[in-house]
Design a protein around this ligand. Structure first.
Ligand SMILES: *Cc1c(COP(=O)(O)O)cnc(C)c1O
Length: 299
């Protein structure tokens, strides 16, 4: 395994212009994690970095993780394996299913195991990893979504990347972050790095009951952030209003979005801005968490 992965690519910070932001006199910039790499996209790169460094230090022969059949996380892991020369295995939810993401995983050399739905539900049990550790001795196991202290640490550098580019945008400072939250790991990284200096708003792509609040609290404490409902009836659900909003936003801003995370997060921001949650003159950084490969699953 080569160690060039330890240097993270720089994500561009760009002006983000939408008519409803302008109308509310809210200024926004967008940190384009979708542009850091053609293969290893978005926040997943930041979350994986610590795990890769760990695997390298431990001379692990490979890495193994789990996700669904459109998973951006497995996609990024398989891409990193291919790029940096280590083996990968993916544990998938449900029965064997052919999706553009699954075909990519195979093409990138990831070994796939389908767990069924019951098998996947067992992923939080204490002994879940034992049979896989026996089957893949010495491999590094990454829990769902990369949600560990390693993942949080990697995401903290997202804040540095944005702050290094503020001056180029003509900004002396900003007021808050807005981003999509799935497991809440990326959000936790931002909260840790900000340490209260700027507010962090997480738009939940999953229902409240899914424990994101507890995850973020465990990883980053209970202050410095706010969670907003954004899932529109469930994780992975989309509806005509959402898709129309995403298409309109892409047209107006020139920024490609996928519906399930960044689209839902932007729609939740739209609702808050319309409700007057941000005073005129507020400066926001919207985090583009990437994931555009997943669009092929529903378009
Ligand atoms: C995985 C993912 C998220 C969620 O990240 P968490 O760290 O799990 O909260 C957000 N946006 C996109 C595009 C993703 O793929």
């Amino acid at each position: 395994m080569r160690t060039s992965f330890l240097t993270l690519p720089q994500a561009p910070l760009q002006a983000f212009r939408l008519p409803w932001l302008a109308a509310a006199q809210v200024e926004a910039a967008i940190l384009r994690l979708d542009l850091i790499d053609p293969l290893i996209s978005g926040n997943k790169w930041f979350k994986l970095r610590g795990h890769l460094a760990h695997a390298h230090a431990n001379r692990a022969p490979g890495l193994i993780s789990l996700g669904g059949n459109h998973s951006n996380h497995l996609h990024a892991l398989a891409g990193a394996g291919k790029r940096f020369g280590f083996a990968t295995a993916g544990l998938l939810r449900g029965e064997p299913h052919d999706t553009p993401t699954v075909r990519d995983l195979q093409r990138l050399g990831m070994t796939l195991h389908w767990l069924g739905y019951g098998g996947y539900r067992a992923r939080h049990q204490a002994d879940f990893w034992s049979p896989w550790q026996a089957r893949y001795p010495g491999w590094q196991c990454i829990p769902e979504g990369g949600g560990t202290a390693d993942g949080v640490q990697g995401c903290a550098s997202i804040v540095e990347q944005a702050q290094a580019q503020l001056a180029a945008l003509g900004w002396a400072d900003y007021d808050a972050w807005w981003l999509a939250a799935g497991t809440g790991t990326t959000l936790a990284g931002l909260v840790v790095a900000e340490a209260g200096a700027h507010a962090v708003h997480g738009a939940l792509a999953v229902p409240r009951g899914h424990g994101v609040g507890q995850t973020v609290e465990q990883l980053a404490g209970s202050v410095g952030y706010q969670l907003h409902d954004a899932c529109r009836g469930g994780f992975g659900r989309f509806d005509d209003e959402l898709l129309a909003f995403v298409a309109r936003s892409e047209r107006h801003s020139g920024v490609p979005l996928e519906a399930l995370y960044t689209g839902k997060a932007l729609l939740a921001l739209h609702e808050q801005v319309e409700a007057g949650a941000f005073a005129p003159g507020t400066r926001l950084i919207f985090l583009h968490t990437g994931g555009l490969q997943g669009r092929r699953g529903y378009l």
